[in-house]
Design a protein around this ligand. Structure first.
Ligand SMILES: C[S@@+](CC[C@H](N)C(=O)[O-])C[C@H]1O[C@@H](n2cnc3c(N)ncnc32)[C@H](O)[C@@H]1O
Ligand code: SF4
Length: 460
């Protein structure tokens, strides 16, 4: 499979509009409070009958200091004691959920995300993994995909060794930018030495895949400054790179108001940075996986994409398509069978529900047949940039051209613009269309079309 990208400035400008990142379909916006813990239990029982491996996601929300740009679900506190009652509740939730899933179901994938998971003390991290092991069937032979997000500022000499001992074998480091003015403007002071020494320890301890998170579009960034950051990152040769587009939504994320809007790079500069990133990373031998993610050709994500086995879930791209995803901790989202489930978002409600031995379910959505069909189409396109009509037709017993007549008509325009090519057999996204994959997926999003329609009606 061809994994190249082509940067077409005119096209990108024309299609530059906001849209979902499709870590799920329907997106998290469609989850509703009518979905209860009883519904969740029903889906778990059904999924146990089908069997299969599990993926566990743990949300560890605490951070010591706030990064002004941050759009993650986090709780900023200097008081380390805050984590203790949360961890107690999380352990109870693990026991509760663990008792509902069939114990023969092996955990192929496990992820600690945040916030900052290493905000926890060594003892707390050990306890969390021990309790998980007591209630779920974790692998003991290092063959699972067990990953953790690490803030290099929140590690000490033995942290990486401990994480490896606990069973983690993939690690992602938050960096964002090495430029000291940018770091000051976003309140994230993190030296190169700190970052590089954590990366070196991870390699020395035998972590199999290393990732670095960067963000473009932060205040005071220019093509030159970000290029210098890339020089240093490329020297360090991580297996994967996530280069996120800064999502500036100060109305929604209060701390972003501390960022001076005048310092933000203009849309033209952002595009120039993106172009430089795409060019430099591909020249350095990375392949574009899709949606801000790059990987070395021998990394399992790049291999899975070439072999047609890539999948997308709430943690981004993944190689484990067959797993039910169990979310644990506040705000976490899971996917069990044909339902998405989100936990409550605040510590008080979480504490109250756990205290009453209730699953802390806040929202969910039960997928209908149309959702499942569109999810399969969107997942296939966002992961593999091509879609075979016959495969979808046989999986869902539909006539693709008839079912998606309107969508195929909309794609004609994209074909004329060079984003993709349509044939009787299927859709193939071009090298220029890859950077605009979410626009292509949006064509198949029924909820987005309804929302647009509603907005349109209001205007009239
Ligand atoms: C939970 S954090 C990573 C772990 C750890 N807390 C850290 O910062 O090192 C997840 C990542 O989301 C990205 N991120 C956070 N806020 C963002 C925003 N507003 N726009 C784009 N990316 C963002 C950052 O790259 C960050 O590393
Ligand atoms: S980027 Fe990471 S460390 Fe910074 S506030 Fe967000 S979650 Fe916390």
């Amino acid at each position: 499979m061809d994994q190249s990208i082509l940067f077409d400035l005119k096209l990108i400008n024309r299609y530059d509009k906001a849209g979902p990142r499709y870590t799920s379909y329907p997106t998290a916006l469609e989850l509703h409070e009518g979905f209860s813990d009883t519904d969740y239990r029903w889906h778990i029982a059904k999924s146990n009958r089908a069997g299969g491996p599990l993926s566990l996601y743990f949300h560890l929300p605490f951070c010591d200091t706030v990064c002004f740009y941050c759009a993650c679900n986090k709780i900023v506190t200097k008081n380390r004691q805050h984590a203790a009652p949360y961890l107690d509740n999380l352990c109870k939730e693990i026991a509760m959920q663990g008792s509902l899933f069939d114990s023969s179901r092996v955990v192929n994938q496990l992820h600690w995300g945040g916030g900052t998971p290493t905000f926890l003390s060594d003892m707390q991290m050990r306890r969390l993994m021990d309790v998980t092991r007591a209630h779920f069937n974790l692998k003991n032979d290092d063959s699972g995909e067990y990953s953790i997000e690490v803030d290099p500022r929140e590690t000490h000499d033995n942290t990486i060794k401990l994480l490896r001992e606990l069973g983690f074998n993939r690690i992602s480091l938050g960096v964002q930018d090495f430029d000291s003015d940018v770091q000051t403007a976003v309140n994230r002071l993190q030296s190169e030495e700190q970052t590089l020494s954590v990366l070196a320890s991870a390699r020395a301890e035998g972590f199999r895949s290393t990732n670095i998170d960067l963000i473009y579009g932060l205040p005071l960034q220019t093509v030159e400054t970000f290029s210098k950051t890339l020089d240093k990152i490329l020297d360090a040769e991580p297996d994967r790179l996530s280069v996120f587009n800064y999502a500036h939504m100060p109305a929604r994320f209060k701390t972003q108001r501390q960022i001076h809007e005048a310092d933000l790079p203009s849309p033209d500069v952002k595009l120039a940075i993106l172009q430089m990133v795409g060019l430099r990373l591909t020249q350095a031998g990375y392949v574009y996986i899709g949606m801000d993610h790059f990987a070395k050709p021998d990394d399992e994500l790049a291999i899975a994409q070439r072999e047609g086995k890539l999948y997308r879930n709430f943690q981004g791209y993944s190689t484990h398509s067959d797993c039910d995803l169990v979310g644990l901790g506040i705000t976490s989202i899971g996917r069990v069978g044909d339902a998405y489930i989100q936990n409550v978002k605040d510590l008080e409600t979480y504490d109250r529900l756990i205290h009453h031995q209730k699953l802390p379910v806040f929202k969910g959505v039960d997928l209908d047949q149309d959702d499942k069909l569109r999810r399969a189409v969107i997942t296939q396109l966002i992961c593999h940039f091509e879609l075979n009509f016959a495969a979808i037709e046989s999986q869902f017993a539909i006539d693709f051209a008839g079912y998606f007549a309107n969508e195929l008509e909309a794609l004609q325009l994209m074909q004329a613009d060079g984003l993709l090519s349509l044939s009787d057999e299927g859709i193939r996204v071009s090298s220029a269309g890859r950077l605009l994959i979410r626009n292509i997926c949006m064509v198949f999003d029924r909820y987005l079309a309804q929302k647009k329609q509603q907005q349109f009606s209001k205007v009239i």
